[in-house]
Design a protein around this ligand. Structure first.
Ligand code: ATP
Ligand code: MG
Length: 414
């Protein structure tokens, strides 16, 4: 992509209302644009990052046998009354139609997916089933803050699984937990599996995936010696206590952001809708269900909170909007310009994602500043000085080196 043609370029000023690093950097670098508190437009650069995270999540969900669907988000009041959510779920966005009918926007989709799946799985032979979607969610959050980490409209992967019995659910629960850990690792994040409350409807504990960051809204206690971690909401231990799991480490308190959550839903939703399946003996049984959420837009915010410096963002390669930020200097010199264009074409022919800063009316300093702010992993410069070579610098390094095109291709393909 030619930077000259990108309509959403970097901004000179950081937004005044930004209360977090992700809000400030993502806005200033031209990734997102705030419409109102908790609602954002995703600009071309931002959408590329969101799509990359989405693709990683999709790959791992397909890997565990999840079947992708797209569910209705505008839904009738009746389904939410059936489970009690209409009155109990404070974040449910309710809509009054001019026909006087009432609707709700999906905040989580158990009420939609349960009838959807259970009407098609009459027998135990049809189970287990897991269905997921990657879609916008709506929540009437009282305080939408922390940039894209807490939206009123946000992008989430939600999967729901249906099982014949609790053992089969537990088997799958473990598989999904492992898939989640693989997803976070691929995104460059370390997530702690954290015991938490079961949410609005459940007495059971759930597992949250927590990434340590001061921009997070959760407080967790974790052990430095083992993988014990608990949300302070349900903790029976406190900071400084000995770890109840390994008996060795001391517990530390930290701020964290919840980037995912897996729930044991039990048989609640099948019962609420009176939708079951026939077991081996032909008796009606209600399914054992699990629910697995992963906040894709929140993850994007958390990545920025973790990977930045005083100049801008440092995207991990796996989610960077482009792999190379190609900068042409001295472009008023036809020879240099031809060479830069040629390199741009050749990189694209090799399927390397390049953002090409081909602006002629801008100095080197400003182009470098933009490149640092945007945070693409590699910066490659073509100028009078570089001759038939290319000056390459990794975003987080201070030293650059002169290389040829083949080297550039191999480095960026790693
Ligand atoms: P929180 O405790 O942060 O309010 P939650 O427990 O209500 O989140 P879930 O209902 O489990 O969240 O949603 C699944 C995932 O969606 C969360 O783990 C989180 O990553 C993400 N998420 C939840 N609420 C928001 C929001 N308002 N904005 C962005 N992402 C969100
Ligand atoms: Mg939670």
């Amino acid at each position: 992509m030619r930077y000259s043609q990108l309509f959403a370029k970097t901004l000179r000023q950081a937004p005044k209302e930004a209360d977090t690093v992700n809000h400030r950097l993502l806005t200033q670098a031209g990734f997102v644009d705030q419409v109102m508190a908790g609602v954002y437009n995703y600009l071309p650069l931002g959408l590329r990052v969101l799509r990359k995270i989405e693709a990683i999540v999709r790959e791992e969900m397909n890997q565990v046998g999840g079947q992708e669907v797209l569910m209705a988000m505008l839904t009738p009041k009746a389904i939410w009354e059936q489970t009690g959510a209409w009155d109990k779920v404070d974040v449910l966005f309710k809509i009054q139609s001019r026909t006087e009918k009432e609707y709700a926007l999906g905040y989580s989709q158990e009420e939609v997916v349960t009838p959807l799946v259970m009407s098609r799985t009459p027998s135990y032979k049809d189970l287990p089933v897991s269905a997921y979607q990657i879609h916008w969610k709506f929540r009437d959050e009282l305080r939408a803050k922390s940039g894209i980490m807490r939206g009123r409209e946000f992008f989430m992967k939600d999967m729901y699984s249906f099982h014949e019995n609790q053992e089969d659910f537990l088997r799958f629960y473990e598989i999904v937990k492992q898939a989640y850990l693989r997803i976070y690792a691929r995104l460059g994040l370390t997530a702690k599996v954290t015991e938490a409350s079961g949410g609005a409807f459940s007495e059971k504990i759930s597992y949250e995936f927590m990434v340590l960051t001061d921009a997070g809204e959760d407080d967790i206690l974790y052990c430095e010696e083992c993988d014990f971690c608990v949300n302070t909401e349900i903790a029976k231990v406190k900071e400084g206590d000995q770890c109840p799991k390994c008996d060795k480490g001391m517990l530390k308190l930290a701020k964290a952001s919840e980037v995912g959550n897996v729930f044991d839903l039990g048989q609640k939703f099948g019962k609420d809708f009176d939708l079951g399946f026939a077991d081996k003996d032909g008796n009606k049984q209600y399914p054992f269900m699990g629910c697995y959420g992963l906040g894709i837009s929140r993850v994007m915010g958390v990545i920025v909170e973790k990977f930045n410096d005083d100049k801008g963002i440092l995207w991990p390669k796996s989610v960077a909007p482009f792999q190379v930020h190609l900068i042409g200097l001295d472009l008023d010199d036809p020879e240099v310009k031809n060479r830069a264009e040629e390199i741009y074409d050749q990189l694209q022919d090799r399927n390397i994602e390049v953002l090409y800063d081909n602006r002629i009316d801008l100095g080197a300093g400003e182009k470098f500043k933009d490149a640092d702010l945007i945070g693409i992993p590699y910066r490659a410069i073509i100028s009078k000085k570089t001759g038939d070579q290319i000056e390459l610098k990794a975003r987080q390094e201070s030293e650059s080196e002169l290389i040829d095109l083949d080297k550039l291709i191999s480095v960026t393909n790693e």
